[in-house]
Design a protein around this ligand. Sequence first.
Ligand code: ZN
Length: 240
Amino acid sequence: MQNELETLRNYISASNYIVFFGGAGVSTESGIPDFRSVDGLYSQKYKYPPERIVSRSFFMSNTADYYDFHKARLLHIDAKPNAAHIKLAELEKMGKLKAVITQNIDGLHQKAGSVKVLELHGSVYRNFCMECGLNYEVKVISESDGIPYCSCGGVIKPDVVLFEEQLNDDILNESLMHIQKADMLIIGGTSLGVYPAAGLLNYYRGNKLVLINKSETPWDERADLVINNSIGEVLNAAVI
Ligand code: ZN
């Protein structure tokens, strides 16, 4: 891996508009199970298949069951940022990195100190009343018994993008803008199989496309640098 690390270091030092695009693999190194991997949530036994639970229609029709799952499996309030989150925050402070675009909903980039974080799939840290729109902290969800209700009586919904729901247009557009401007794009912890990841990457026009993922991805041939290793270990070694 030494040669790859050296190339990565050279890329970083030559870049002034780095954008990071991250998937579930960034969070698994903080002990948060991957939604879609075979070892992840989807292979676990539950009353309903997890991919059905995290859908809009299930939330609306089986709200109590949704929240059982949400509190047990999607809330990881005590999880800590790992080396990947920390190094990305450092790159931002250095003025090198301009945006983190993430598919994760766990808020770990912000915990590590990142400021510009575009959360494509929302965040468990934001919650709102479906009736009056009032915002609620995550504590209200985690400490609630069963379904969390607003003081107005409405059901509180986490601001996460469930299946059957649209991505937020503003976040999507801002992500595209950053990817178009980027002189270096680092993609980490994703096999790029999840919408809209692959589509977004088509907007990158630079010549420093870096893929860091434990396994191969369909994009490896298009990348300028591929490192099949832990994202935390790689960034820890490359960013000093
Ligand atoms: Zn309300």
